[in-house]
Ligand binder design. Structure first.
Ligand SMILES: Nc1ncnc2c1ncn2[C@@H]1O[C@H](COP(=O)(O)OP(=O)(O)OP(=O)(O)O)[C@@H](O)[C@H]1O
Length: 260
């Protein structure tokens, strides 16, 4: 039975690539307001799970429900309008464009008027453009990007580019925000900043988060619940304190450098 209180329910999903079983019968539930982290060693199947939630791949078996509605086979391009938005491990920004333009472009996918009709700037397209611009400026303020809003993305440090990628996703006003390794490649200060922004987004913007992250200190600090997987299978799910002490989790991470 589907838990109607939950925002996202993943039921017994399978996904394989050729002979590789990337996800093998994984189920979990994300409640509204959660910071829900998915952890596991390299190649465990974390991104594959994220890809089924966003619709990049459809699971071969099993189902995915968003607020009780079956979205298993919903096309990838329809999911942002339903509130499901992701960031990418490798940045998906237009580096030759400014920060502001990247966010406006992201926002254009929500517009009723196409990018070309809004060029003429009158009547409804103008009003809609102004409304979207206000929303984008609000996100720029929220993520402290005001000082670089007119800079080209390629001019920015890697840490700032990751923050712009976060802003690009926020511009779509997600209800469920999926973050694929938002701290990867960051220094300590950038990592702390990013963790604070994720908490602020969760608490102040009423956004439920699904996080994939290798930095276990961050995961243990900011998650409300954690799912641990290994070889495509769930090995543990629960509170950070439970998962950190679980024997199966500890042995899955044996030999890995980043376990706390
Ligand atoms: N598009 C693909 N084609 C072929 N194999 C794939 C594809 N995507 C994932 N896999 C394989 O599926 C398995 C799970 O990969 P996945 O990227 O989901 O793991 P992960 O836990 O996200 O790993 P990492 O932490 O290294 O990013 C791996 O064996 C991977 O090589």
């Amino acid at each position: 039975m589907i838990n109607k209180e939950s925002l996202l329910t993943v039921k017994n999903i399978y996904l394989s690539f050729g002979g590789i079983m990337a996800v093998a019968g994984v189920s979990f539930n994300v409640n509204k307001g959660d910071v829900f982290s998915i952890i596991g060693p390299n190649g465990a199947g974390k991104t594959s799970i994220l890809n089924t939630i966003t619709g990049i791949y459809f699971p071969e078996r099993g189902s995915i429900f968003l607020k009780g509605a079956d979205i298993t086979k919903m096309p990838v391009y329809k999911r942002p309008a339903k509130g499901v938005v992701r960031t990418f491990q490798n940045l998906e920004l237009f580096k030759g464009m400014t920060v502001l333009d990247n966010l406006m472009l992201s926002r254009h996918s929500l517009m009723n008027y196409g990018i070309f009709s809004s060029i003429f700037y009158f009547g409804k397209p103008l009003r809609e453009e102004v409304r979207h611009r206000e929303k984008v400026e609000e996100i720029i303020d929220f993520l402290d990007l005001s000082g670089i809003r007119k800079k080209h993305v390629f001019e920015l440090s890697y840490g700032l580019q990751k923050r712009v990628e976060l802003a690009r996703a926020l511009a779509l006003e997600p209800e469920l925000l999926l973050l694929d390794e938002p701290m990867a490649g960051m220094n300590t200060e950038e990592t702390e900043d990013m963790a604070r922004y994720i908490i602020d987004i969760n608490e102040e913007r009423d956004t439920t988060i699904v996080l994939i992250e290798h930095d276990m200190n961050v995961v243990m600090d900011i998650s409300s619940r954690i799912l641990a997987i290994d070889f495509g299978e769930k090995i543990c799910e629960g509170l950070p304190s439970d998962v950190a002490n679980d024997e199966r989790v500890l042995s899955a991470y044996l030999g890995e450098e980043k376990w706390i």
